[in-house]
Write a protein that binds this ligand. Structure first.
Ligand SMILES: Cc1cc2nc3c(=O)[nH]c(=O)nc-3n(C[C@H](O)[C@H](O)[C@H](O)COP(=O)(O)OP(=O)(O)OC[C@H]3O[C@@H](n4cnc5c(N)ncnc54)[C@H](O)[C@@H]3O)c2cc1C
Length: 577
């Protein structure tokens, strides 16, 4: 039976007791988009599912992407039609049915600089891109623009050499919120979801070979216990090789890490009413509209450092600024940069003959993601992209249950709107009445609908019970105090960074990276979680230290404002004792 999809951080010990005491059909390791998707796929087939995430949901790559749900124009150039077709199909399914509250169309301008050669080439590519969508088109068709038309839409572009442009549509998403919503939807199908629980080794069955679960460690207390499951599914992104190692298995592939950096600048720094995509020597550069800001990126460099905290270097920032400034009338400078973030792409490379432990070949390699069953009772997946997570989840669950001695239904997620999606059109149409009923502004209701869909009423109920929670958390942003409470009671937020980095995105949206409200967030969370004054101070300090480290770049440590703000706030916390 489906439960209500609430992940209540206050009920954490009950969740861990269930993990330790129940027997599961499937244990998923990793709470990024792939693991959340696998948990949902398996749970909605009627299987008993548990998911353990070592840190916070989406704290790995799945909160650090370009946040596009797209076919990927550059794969067309590589003639990878199947991949583009699949991704576009997923994009359209998400926009129209599975997550219309979260995945929204966005337009991009593709400026043309070589009059004769480029337009027919790019135009043909975009025509194909559009044609692959099929007939029920949830995003508009591409259009040709003259140079003047392009400048009207994007006055920020330098007119020099500009020969015209194409405008096409894709979609964008708050990646961390989407991942959380998928995990909550899995919980609504009775999956047990536990964060800050790491898999530390695998449990073997009586034959000593077959995997029968995992030993896990509660990262909050250090306590370890076993979780029993018929099959373990590894969705650990760039940590996959480490999980394979701790399990003592040799899989048919390994994961190569490639770092991608984005910078965030104010909307006013680049005048344009549309996103922009530019060709670069290696790949493409996006200007992605993000509320009152632009996200600009990305880079692509090999990485070997700390997976949990990839750092941004001065060279990364300068590369993005230089690439962007090639087409802008008013160049961007380091002083424009509000925030930076880096993510690690989990790229898969098959190894050896792809035969796992020397037996029959088990590795199924597709262009983008790889599924492997290196030992009975263990399936693992890596690679792919955010856009295709539903297909990845389906593939790894198919592989995982292939060894079951009973039939398991096929994936049903194509038919399964995420929490907050079902009935959205009706709730949107009645938004005015909702605002009247709860005595709040229509813009507040609009804000909540765009983040929670039809679950917005749950946040409004908190406001009805305590009107002080309707106050914004900080000036200049629509986030409410009620959303901090909701993050704890419904979205499993355990620490201040879970709220400011992922339930909200103040860490990259605000020039102070949310450091000024960290203590307030600790206060509101603490009321729910029973934190003492000392604990609140410790939680605040933990967030400030994270920001001071993440937003500081060697050699240019003054350029990101959030790092300075965090340093100042840390000095304040220290002075207060
Ligand atoms: C810069 C950049 C831009 C991108 N842009 C896009 C884009 O615009 N569109 C798109 O479709 N794709 C994009 N991608 C790709 C996409 O973001 C990734 O493919 C996707 O997020 C990977 O998700 P994942 O769940 O596999 O990995 P992750 O999100 O990293 O999740 C793995 C999780 O496993 C957990 N874990 C690890 N070890 C353990 C353990 N022992 N026990 C428990 N948990 C563990 C980790 O903490 C982590 O949360 C981008 C990627 C990057 C880097």
């Amino acid at each position: 039976m489906a439960s209500n999809g609430v992940l209540d951080a206050r009920e954490r010990s009950a969740t861990l007791s269930r993990l330790a005491s129940e027997r599961f059909d499937v244990l998923v390791i990793g709470g990024g988009i792939t693991g959340a998707g696998a948990a949902l796929d398996a749970a909605s087939r009627g299987l008993r599912v548990a998911l353990v995430e070592a840190r916070d949901l989406a704290s790995g790559t799945s909160s650090r992407s370009s946040k596009l749900i797209h076919g990927g124009l550059r794969y067309l150039e590589q003639l990878d039609f199947k991949l583009v077709y699949e991704a576009l199909r997923e994009r359209d399914l998400l926009v129209s049915k599975l997550a219309p509250h979260l995945v929204k169309p966005v337009s991009f301008l593709y400026p043309l600089y070589k009059k004769v050669v480029e337009r027919p080439y790019v135009g043909a590519g975009l025509a194909l891109y559009d044609a692959m969508e099929g007939t029920r088109r949830p995003v508009p068709h591409h259009r040709h623009l003259t140079a003047r038309g392009a400048l009207r839409l994007a006055p920020a572009l330098s007119p020099e050499r500009l020969a015209g442009a194409m405008r096409y549509y894709d979609a964008q998403v708050d990646d961390a919120r989407h991942t959380l919503t998928v995990a909550r939807t899995a919980a609504a199908h009775s999956a047990v979801v536990a964060t800050r629980v790491s898999a530390v080794s695998l449990v073997r069955g009586p034959d000593g070979v077959r995997v029968a679960g995992a030993r896990v460690r509660d990262e909050e207390t250090g306590r370890s216990f076993d979780v029993h499951a018929e099959v373990v599914v590894v969705c650990a992104g760039v940590w996959t090789d480490l999980v394979h190692e701790l399990a003592g298995v040799r899989a048919g592939y390994r994961v190569r890490m490639s770092k991608g950096v984005h910078i965030v600048v104010p909307r006013s720094a680049v005048q344009a009413d549309t996103g922009i995509i530019l060709r670069t020597e290696k790949s493409v550069l996006f200007f992605i509209p993000w509320g009152e800001r632009w996200i600009v990126g990305t880079t692509d460099t090999d990485f070997t450092g700390d997976r949990a905290e990839p750092r941004v270097s001065a060279e990364d920032v300068d590369y993005i600024l230089t690439a962007a400034n090639r087409v802008l009338v008013r160049p961007l400078t380091r002083a424009d940069v509000i925030a930076v973030y880096a993510g690690l792409r989990p790229l898969v490379e098959p190894v050896g003959d792809g035969s796992g432990k020397g037996g029959k070949p088990t590795t199924k390699v597709s262009r983008e993601h790889v599924v492997d069953v290196p030992v009975p009772g263990l399936a693992s997946i890596a690679g792919g992209k955010f856009t295709t997570y539903r297909l990845m989840a389906r593939d790894v669950v198919d592989a995982a249950v292939a060894g079951f001695d009973r039939p398991v239904p096929a994936s049903v997620t194509e038919q399964l709107p995420l929490l907050g999606a079902d009935g959205l059109a009706g709730v949107r149409a009645g938004a005015g009445r909702l605002a009247e009923d709860y005595r709040v502004s229509p813009s507040l209701v609009e804000h909540l609908l765009s983040r929670y869909g039809t679950l917005a009423g749950e946040v409004l109920d908190l406001i009805r019970a305590d009107s002080a929670l309707a106050r914004p958390l900080c000036e200049g942003f629509p986030y409410l105090r009620a959303e901090v409470v909701y993050a704890v009671t419904h979205e499993d937020a355990l620490h201040v960074e879970d709220v400011l980095m992922r339930r909200m995105r103040l860490s990259i949206e605000s020039a102070d990276s949310g450091t000024e409200v960290a203590a307030e967030v600790a206060l509101i969370m603490g009321r729910q979680l029973g934190w003492s004054r000392r604990r609140r101070a410790a939680e605040t300090r933990r967030y400030l230290e994270l920001i001071a480290a993440e937003q500081t770049t060697p050699a240019v440590d003054a350029f990101v404002m959030g790092a300075d703000a965090a340093d100042a706030a840390l000095a304040g916390v220290a002075a207060a004792g």
